[in-house]
Design a protein around this ligand. Structure first.
Ligand code: ZN
Length: 179
């Protein structure tokens, strides 16, 4: 079970968000919330998994940073919404898996095949925490910010009510595969 530990306002390039820290005994998760979302339907929502390379080291090999920026941009435009950040690097396999898969990816394998070859899952991400956080925030349904329509299925499976999908952007730059 996830519990709310602390919260405070965070000033960002895209306005002020309430940062809410959750913990479930294993991992910390964070919700960034703008506006009143309690009891809300079709709340603009980005569910975002960690990416050390993009968010800390300014990697240009994926577009995780751009996706976060655009998500916050759209939420600010709407005046209401939330980002849920989940600590699950490397498609939930962890950072070791990510680095271990890199040489195979450099040889031309897809990220999915590279993970499998080094003994990990194609996609080990678990969105249960996001479902629990949305429940805690009182969000009834979300308009999901994503460029990947399969993600809506993954989120539906854990009980998140998806009212619709809004693509974050459409461009050649926006179609890099998340590692
Ligand atoms: Zn990334």
């Amino acid at each position: 079970m996830i519990v709310r530990l602390a919260q405070w306002m965070l000033k960002t390039k895209f306005g002020d968000f309430l940062e809410v820290l959750y913990y479930d005994g294993q991992k910390e998760s964070i919700a960034l919330v703008m506006g009143e979302v309690n009891d809300g339907e079709e709340i603009l929502c980005r569910v975002h998994s960690s990416c050390i390379a993009a968010h800390i080291f300014n990697s240009i090999e994926c577009d995780c940073r751009e996706q976060m920026e655009m998500s916050q941009f759209w939420i600010e435009q709407e005046g209401k919404g939330g980002v849920i950040w989940l600590d699950q690097e490397g498609k939930g396999n962890g950072h070791l898996a990510l680095l271990a898969s890199r040489p195979l990816k450099a040889q031309g394998l897809s990220q999915a095949d590279a993970y499998e070859r080094v003994g990990y899952k194609i996609d080990a991400r678990d969105y249960t925490r996001a479902a629990e956080i949305l429940r805690d925030l009182g969000v009834k349904s979300v308009t999901l910010l994503t460029n990947n329509s399969r993600k809506a299925d993954d989120l539906t499976r854990v009980g998140i009510n998806i009212a619709g999908i809004r693509p974050i952007y459409k461009s050649a730059e926006g179609n890099k595969e998340k590692p």
